[in-house]
Write a protein that binds this ligand. Structure first.
Ligand code: 26Q
Length: 832
């Protein structure tokens, strides 16, 4: 077998002489035909959208391929400093439309397809979403990659290639049912397998200490169950600039070796079955967006990603620098997307010490100058912890290293606060107790030179509360990086009508410089522009209404206000508060309190973690309330409510352009940032929201008069908890009382008695952490102001325009420039 052997030399004529592929209609048309007929071998009997999509995907991929190689060469040649973005989630969505857009060949492709009587949109629509994430954190990683490629920053994404992404949500009888998401079934034209860069990852086994003759100590991690990590690379094209960065996703597989002892003892089947464990590591994405504590497979996933990625970086490092690690931290930086990959802190120590013989202090200096950690949550219960015992079994060498990091760290704490035992207990990486735990956030903070939150309020609360001890020790580590979204996908691609209209008035520089949108406000008094704006929104609402009708069998009247809340289902996000308001509107119709009525179509969508009973019950409640309201003749088109099933990236691309009102109604102090709020704002929706997460900054940018504020702020929430009396609040508010009475009467669960008791009880509970009853009055009043504003077409249109005009801050281009200025310090590098 010679197949794996490198040819004696790679002829330059083979790799260097390729002329770049043309981007015109003719070249694209020819390639498309060739791929369909020859590479795919299809004919008139198999002319499905899927094969047409595939043929076009290959046509586009070829054009990315040469730019990809040039980008790699440019980074290599210039020895560019690089950031590795480590994340268990990359919620990429669809790739085709984005690649066409970023290559700037939308017209050429559209025309080429037109000659065959095919629409680009229809092909793009048959692509499966890459749903390798839960929600905000995963989509943020995807937006970051788009912005880094556009800014020509040498940033590489490292993640896992799950066979099954986020589950598909079906609604049966009003309940969520999870179906597996077999997204790779029809193949994935966007990935390139790189078996030549396979890494071996160790699990289990035990450590042995050897004293060498020179007195030094070497530690061996032996008898491990090895697992192979095979990388798959996905191109990440920049907008209009010939840069194509990489997302490297690892797939786990077993080694070819069997456990020889079992094998020789005749346990052939057992020996083969053991291989299964290895294959399972990257089988499925965990569908929880708060930590699912203690699951062994999840810890395996986290270590698998961290180890494979770091070993890959080391392989590349050695190619240039051999085993010399001076200068390592000048060239490399690792950004940890939450604590999920934070075992990388200990793993980099292990690799430097065990594989490259560095001393502790040298290795620790490298780790703490290259790791940076981003936190995404304020819920203390969501901070990741792992049982020490599990670590001991799965990653014995890493536990030793963590103990050593901790011992040295606690000595420092003791030195700083002599005799403060409480502080030592709080700051220790190890939580003592019946089941001792490893606290991953503490490990991440101790091992990183930068710790950031994702919105101003969030970052402030981190240093005031959650991480206060660490802030007192190392104030210089802590910083804020307000989130963003990429305007290429979330405006240019998903809202072509608004983009075109804006182009007519302010040009298209906003595509790479979102602050340019500010110029829109100079046209806000122009009736012609406002008319155009209104028409765009109408068309987008029509498109959304069609989708809603298809998915929910309910017709939205496009004259009505489209009131939308899409996000993961969570108590702190308070979908229940939204439902209470809808029930209140229903009550008003039923009692004839309809003067100056504003028609509303309310859409709620999002997935519940499969084990989160309250969240699943919330979905059922929304569906039951919707059924009653939508079938009530008296209500008619005054009010509609739907639960939109299987909310995902490609659905949001149709939902956010069609929204009038964006619901951002979390309990203040709980939503780290939110990013859906930014997508809605860019697309001209007005926000009703609490002073939470990035809402605060959105309101600052757009001005109080263009934002509907309600509810307690974070400080008032804290205060209110001290003696919260929801029963008194409900009794003192006739509207809320009527809503609760209707709920309790079983009106929405006629044949399912008691079904919603847990939800009702939670609202009445004095310990309700989400203070739903406390914010009801203020929410309903704000909604009344919204309704009034919407009735005034001209006023609403102004507000809508000004929301888009003032959304410039919320581009991930700005976010990435901030990360780069304060943390990464990368030099933009162009492939030319
Ligand atoms: C952890 C351990 C085990 C299993 C699952 C998890 C897990 C997975 C995903 C924990 C959390 C997540 C996702 C969190 C998330 O999406 N957070 C959101 O991040 C956004 C981007 O910063 C913010 O805008 C949102 O406010 C925040 O909720």
């Amino acid at each position: 077998m010679q197949s794996d052997k490198p040819a004696t030399m790679c002829p330059t004529s083979l790799i260097n002489e390729l002329p770049p592929l043309a981007l015109d209609e003719k070249a694209i048309s020819e390639d498309f035909r060739r791929y369909f007929n020859r590479t795919l071998g299809r004919d008139k009997h198999h002319c499905t959208y899927h094969y047409l999509y595939e043929a076009l995907a290959y046509t586009i991929r070829d054009r990315l391929m040469e730019r990809w190689k040039n980008t790699r060469d440019a980074y290599e040649k210039s020895h560019a400093r690089q950031t590795c973005y480590l994340s268990l989630e990359f919620l990429m969505g669809r790739a085709l439309g984005n690649a066409v857009l970023n290559l700037g060949i939308t017209d050429a492709v559209t025309d080429a397809l037109y000659d065959f009587g095919i629409k680009l949109e229809e092909l793009a629509d048959s692509e499966h979403d890459a749903g390798l994430g839960n929600g905000g954190l995963g989509r943020l990683a995807a937006c970051f990659l788009d912005s880094c490629a556009t800014l020509q920053l040498p940033v590489m994404g490292y993640g896992l290639r799950y066979d099954y992404g986020m589950f598909r949500q079906e609604i049966r009888d009003g309940f969520q049912v999870e179906e597996p998401d077999n997204w790779l079934r029809d193949g994935n034209p966007w990935e390139l397998e790189r078996p030549e860069f396979t890494q071996t990852i160790k699990f289990g086994g035990h450590t042995e200490t050897h004293r060498e003759q020179d007195g030094s100590v070497t530690i061996y991690w032996n008898s491990c169950d090895d697992v192979l990590a095979i990388p798959y690379d996905i191109p990440v094209p920049g907008y209009g600039n010939d840069t194509v960065n990489s997302l490297r996703l690892w797939k786990s597989t077993s080694t070819d070796e069997f456990n020889l002892e079992e094998f020789n003892a005749g346990d052939y089947a057992e020996a083969v079955a053991a291989k299964n464990d290895a294959e399972h590591i990257t089988m499925v994405l965990y569908p929880n967006d708060a930590s699912e504590n203690g699951k062994e497979l999840r810890l395996r996933q986290q270590y698998f990603l961290a180890s494979a990625s770091l070993l890959d970086v080391m392989r590349r490092w050695e190619e240039v620098h051999d085993r010399d690690f001076d200068g390592f931290t000048d060239k490399l930086c690792f950004q940890l997307n939450d604590t999920h990959p934070s075992i990388a802190v200990a793993e980099l120590m292990r690799i430097l010490i065990d594989n490259y013989d560095l001393g502790w202090d040298k290795a620790w200096g490298i780790v703490t100058k290259s790791m940076a950690y981003t936190n995404h949550t304020l819920l203390p219960e969501a901070l990741e912890k792992w049982p020490v015992q599990l670590f001991e079994k799965l990653l014995p060498r890493l536990l030793e290293i963590i103990y050593e990091i901790n011992a040295r760290f606690l000595a420092e704490v003791s030195n700083h606060w002599p005799g403060d035992a409480d502080r030592i207990r709080r700051m220790s990486i190890i939580e003592e107790g019946e089941v001792p735990m490893v606290r991953m956030a503490n490990l991440a903070i101790i091992g990183s030179f930068s710790v950031n939150g994702v919105a101003e309020l969030h970052s402030r609360l981190l240093v005031e509360d959650l991480f206060h001890d660490f802030y007192e020790l190392w104030p210089e580590k802590f910083n804020n990086k307000t989130n963003g979204v990429t305007q290429r996908r979330w405006l240019l691609m998903c809202n072509p009508l608004q983009s075109k209209l804006m182009g007519k008035y302010i040009g298209d520089r906003w595509v790479t410089d979102l602050e340019q949108l500010r110029t829109l406000s100079t046209h806000v008094d122009n009736p012609e522009f406002r008319q155009g704006w209104l028409q765009v929104k109408q068309s987008n609402k029509k498109k959304l209404a069609d989708l809603v009708e298809e998915e929910c069998a309910v017709r939205f009247n496009t004259e009505a206000m489209f009131d939308i809340q899409v996000k993961r289902i969570h108590e702190y996000k308070r979908q229940i508060l939204n439902v209470l308001h809808v029930i209140h509107l229903y009550n008003r119709v039923k009692r004839g309190d309809c003067d100056n009525w504003t028609k509303r179509c309310v859409l709620i969508g999002g997935k519940a973690a499969p084990g989160y009973a309250m969240a699943k019950m919330t979905i059922k409640l929304i569906n039951n309330v919707a059924k009653v309201i939508n079938n009530d003749q008296e209500v008619g088109d005054k009010l509609k409510l739907v639960f939109f099933p299987n909310y995902r990236v490609s659905a949001m691309e149709i939902i956010c352009p069609g929204a009038d009102l964006s619901e951002q109604i979390s309990t203040a102090g709980k939503e780290a940032s939110g990013t859906g709020n930014m997508k809605f704002m860019m697309n001209g929706a007005v926000t009703i929201g609490t002073l939470d997460g990035a809402n605060i900054e959105i309101r600052e940018e757009v001005g109080d008069e263009n934002f509907f504020l309600f509810g307690l702020d974070a400080a008032e929430v804290k205060e209110m908890r001290k003696d919260y009396n929801p029963t008194a609040i409900i009794d003192g508010d006739d509207d809320l009382k009527a809503v609760m009475q209707l709920l309790q009467s079983g009106h929405f669960n006629q044949f399912e008695s008691e079904l919603f008791n847990p939800i009702i009880d939670s609202i009445y509970n004095e310990h309700d952490p989400w203070l739903t009853a406390a914010d009801f009055r203020s929410f309903v009043d704000a909604q009344e102001r919204v309704a009034e504003a919407y009735r005034d077409k001209e006023r609403w249109t102004r507000m809508s325009i000004l929301n888009t005009a003032n959304s410039g801050k919320f581009s991930t281009d700005r976010t990435m420039l901030d990360y780069n200025a304060d943390i990464w310090k990368l030099k933009p590098t162009s492939p030319e």
